[in-house]
Every structure is written in structure tokens, then in C-alpha cells.
Design a protein around this ligand. Sequence first.
Ligand code: MEV
Length: 322
Amino acid sequence: MNLPAHGDAGGKVILLGEHAVVYGRPALVAGVPLRLSVDLQAGVGPRVDSDAVRDDDRPVQLLRAAARHFGIDAGELVATVRSALPPGAGFGSSAALVIATVRAVAAAAGTTLSGKALLRLGRELEATFHGQSSGVDPAAAALGGCFWYALASHAAVGGVPAHRDASDDVEPPCVGSVPLPRPLSLVVARATGPRRTGAAVGGLRERWTADRPRYDALFDRVAAIVARGTAALASGDLPALGRAFDDNQAVLAELGVSSPAIDDLVAVARRAGAFGAKLTGGGAGGAVIALAADPTSLATALAGAGATTQTLVVDATPAVAA
Ligand code: MEV
């Protein structure tokens, strides 16, 4: 084994389309400049020392599964995780842990994965944390940048074409890199403490199973909003992107994945003049993202309402080459 070994990965925000993406509709996602790293050393394992996840055996299960995949002995691996990503906030910390662990274990096994293989394995292993998953979070952790993502094949979303690369075809899933005319500043306000995405995804699955026509129609509405929002982002039209945030939030509330704390912060952001605001990621708590001409005064208004805020400039480096 090649030890010590290192892997890292970035966090993400879902700009538009969470939940509907599990059902084949596209989502718009952006990498954020917050990273998580995994360092592997020889020792008595499998063991994970983490500043991000405590009282949770899933990181150890993940390390075991990744070691099995690469044919090495997890019993000799001790992992140290360092993360700038708050867990349970919608920033994709579990997916970043998955991708960073896979990269570190691959390095220990003396190999690297192609982009497509990394996305496939990342999606498979993310089920350790979220059960049913679209794979958008591990894709964002692996690829970075800003892109649309769909499980179903799409030629383009919002005028942004799907990526095609004969050397390492990334489909399925289907992704398209969204060019950003200028960096995008987002105000992120955390509504509640950590919550589990898997519970929100599972609850929606039960509602969908009970009434597919209603929920499929809502997912179709989300798909149209994602297309409009992607075109707005690619052309730098922040007011139009903000309207897409608001419209998506209305559907997310109908899907039953918002919460009173989220609704309150969205209302504060709008009163403070935001172009738009919505939950991001699993919802049912977590964080709100908001867009404004003046992010500093928006962040001040949200902090005044008791939220922990952060202004993030989303990662505009091109996606796709993993
Ligand atoms: C979580 O960040 C995004 C969800 O759509 C779940 C998924 O796509 O796997 C809620």
C-alpha cells in the first residue's frame, strides 16, 4: 500500500432543482471554495478521526467500502478528516467526504479513477449517507465549477449544451458546464442545526409514491425553472436568477421540504431587497441562499434575524474534467 495517502474534495450549493433531480429532472449546482480533506496513514483500522463527523459510524463504513472496492485491507487504514464544510447545512459535506475518501483510498492502492468511474462510485457510496440519491452532490464534490446535472439524457438545459467527451464520456449522468460571465456572490444563512438529507428525501419519496401525478407535475415545474435559471446565470442576469430562486422555493414548499425557519429567513431576505432566496440541498432546515446587488447589507439583515451568515463567491472554474 502507498501510505500516507491524501484525497480532497469541495463542497457545493444547489442553486436550483434539488429533490426534483432525484426524479430525473435537471439541477443547477455550483462548487464552493470550502474543502474537505482525508489523510490516510498505516495503523490499526479501520478508524476515522474527524473534526466534522462524530458519533457516527458511517465514515468507517465508507472507508471499508472504498477499501473493498480497491482491493486493499481497511484494517490497516487510519483516516484523518479535516473539513471547512458545516455538516447538515446543505453544503454537500457527506458527498465531499465520499469523494475525498475515494481519492485517498485510490491513492493508497496506487491508482486513480477516471471522471466517469469516480462519479459512479461516488454515487454508489453516497447511499451510505442518503439512501436514494441523484448523485448531484458527489458530482459537485468531484467536478467543482458550475454545471447543470441530470440523471436523464438532455441535449441542453437553458441553452447550455451537455458535455461530450469521447475520451471519458460522463453520461449517465448528463452534465453541462455553465459559463459564468462574472463570479457569483451568494449569501448563505443557516436556519437550523444539522439535519439529515436522507430523511427529507425519504419523506418526499413516500408522498410521491402516494400521488405520482401531483408530484411529477411539481417536478416538471422545477425543470422549467432550472432551464430559465440556467439561462439567466449564463447571461449574468441576476434579477432573473433571483426570480428563479423564488419560484423554485414556492415549489419546494409545495413538495413539503421547506420549514418554518427556512420560510422566515426567505421572507427576511426578500424584505431586505434580495433578488430571490430559497433553501438549498435537502431542506427541512439547513440553509437559505439569497442573491442581492449588495450582499453585505443582505447578510447584515439575515444576521439580524438570528441566522449564521456567510457570503460565498461560487467557484467558476470549468466543471467536467475530474
Ligand atoms: C441534496 O443536496 C440534494 C437532493 O436533491 C438529494 C440528491 O439529489 O441526492 C435533496
